[in-house]
Ligand binder design. Structure first.
Ligand code: FO1
Length: 306
């Protein structure tokens, strides 16, 4: 059963890990948000790709939700001592990915080919595909002015009040090779419980991807990021309040619109009208939770297809 999943951030990585417990890795394609990517001290950092690579290879730092578990910080300590920027923590092992990625991009290689090589080197069988090889940068209009994503998310810890979210460069971006085919050719397309406004919307802003989601014959099932009326991690709840969007599944369904066919929601939460719904406990604590949520989403997709 070929499954394509749209993902970004920590929540998305958990769902993909759950999928790999219930499907052969060769059947899974993850299309990953790259709107969080940025240049930091000359290095190209791709946080959502790296979070997924670390999560799927068992190297993720569970406490932090980003970076690696087996990490040391000599580079960062020296950088700080030399007066360099230490607001964005780069671990010694993590640094190897950024250096290698930056060098290969400078040689003209595509982010897709680089990411595929990294996944292979880390023993990951699933296809990990960036949404685009072009530069798309999530930027936020806030009460502190227009902020790049990492400045908002890390340097300012999501404190500024967001008025609007932009995806700079999206209009000129092209889906990475294989992205459209993975959406059209899937037996099911899943939307991970990532932040819809910061992790999924960048994907939809790349011309061609939203149209492919509308046109695909595959059922499209989203897993709601809302759990027990709240949003688990990150700025989703605060952001939705600032954007004037009710923290409810009906808002998620309305935001995604006609291209989703089903929604997996938490046991006690509101069921939006007009969508096929499956209920389960959507908080993913351990591997069993992740596999269960993935299976519920696949079962809903199968029932819609049926
Ligand atoms: N998030 C932080 O809150 N603080 C950091 O210092 C930090 C460093 C970092 C380094 C590499 C990387 O891949 C991710 C990192 N993140 C950090 C997380 C990152 O900002 C987020 O994972 C995504 O951009 C949002 O999902």
């Amino acid at each position: 059963m070929k499954v394509t999943v749209l993902t970004g951030g920590v929540g998305g990585a958990k769902l993909v890990l759950g999928l790999l417990q219930v499907l052969p890795a060769a059947d899974v394609t993850a299309i990953v948000n790259t709107g969080d990517d940025f240049r930091h001290i000359g290095l190209h950092v791709s946080p959502d790709i790296d979070t997924l690579l670390y999560t799927l290879s068992g190297k993720a730092n569970p406490a932090l939700g980003w970076g690696r578990a087996d990490e040391s910080w000599n580079f960062l300590d020296t950088l700080r001592a030399m007066g360099g920027p230490d607001w964005f923590a780069l671990g010694d092992r993590d640094l190897a990915l950024h250096v290698l990625r930056t060098a290969r991009l400078a040689q003209g290689q595509g982010l897709d080919a680089i990411t595929a090589d990294f996944a292979r080197a880390m023993g990951i069988g699933a296809a990990i595909v960036p949404m685009t090889n072009d530069c798309v940068a999530t930027q936020l209009d806030t009460d502190e002015g227009r902020l790049d994503f990492q400045h908002y998310f890390v340097a300012r810890r999501c404190t500024p009040h967001v008025r609007q979210v932009h995806f700079d460069g999206a209009d000129a971006a092209r889906p990475a090779p294989g992205v459209i085919a993975a959406i059209h050719g899937a037996d099911a397309v899943l939307v991970a419980p990532s932040n819809p406004f910061l992790s999924i919307d960048p994907l939809l802003a790349v011309p061609g991807i939203a149209d492919a989601l509308v046109a695909t014959p595959a059922p499209v099932v989203a897993i709601s990021p809302i759990i027990a009326g709240k949003a688990v991690k990150g700025p989703t709840a605060k952001l939705m309040a600032e954007l004037g969007i009710a923290l409810a599944n009906r808002s998620i369904a309305a935001h995604y619109g006609a291209w989703i066919d089903g929604l997996v929601i938490d046991l006690g939460d509101d069921a939006p009208p007009g969508l096929a719904i499956a209920r389960t406990e959507t908080l993913m604590r351990d591997h069993a939770d992740k596999a269960r949520v993935a299976q519920v989403a696949l079962d809903l997709a199968a029932s819609i297809a049926g």
